[in-house]
Design a protein. Sequence first.
Length: 205
Amino acid sequence: MNFKYALIFLAVSLLSACASLQDPFEVFKSHVPSIETSQAIDENRFIEEFSIKAKFAYSIESKGGSGRLIWRYKNNQDEIDIFSPFNNQIAKIIYSTKEKKIIDANGKILSGVEFDQYVNGLFGKNISPDLFRHLITNHVERIKNLHKEDNQFNRTTHFYNDEWDIVIHAFKTQDKLTIPSKISITQGTFSLNFIVEEIINIAGK
């Protein structure tokens, strides 16, 4: 099996594991769109590290899927464990400026260019963890050419650039630090929604 077909096989496997039986956005629609904290939100507080449990759902044209993940960010490295809706682990992502790789449930490793090709083959877009991490850590200035529009809850909730339209629907707080808990991003027929179910740990300044 050559590399091209191996990528297709792995992408199909992950899609099958993530696919929900009904509408993959049902979990997002049923999540109450509101601010989840009574505290004032400080737009200048930055998150230095975090560990969260989250749900995600995506669609592109007629395809889509959903799942859960545990995402840890520490020492400038992301470690993301991805699970099916039935809590079977299907992949682990390691991502930093020094390395990026994905490890499937069988231990197969894709790194470097193969990593990018796999992600692009799966989602139809080359999405890195940077996009959501910059939103979570309140470093949106690191997202290229991003513009701010609406402001709610004392914090900007709508961002856009030539590539993405991003809306933050809700927030969670822990130890006086606030992170977005419900995020949707869209581009054309592609949509990805992300819900933070639980903050395990969060630290910042």
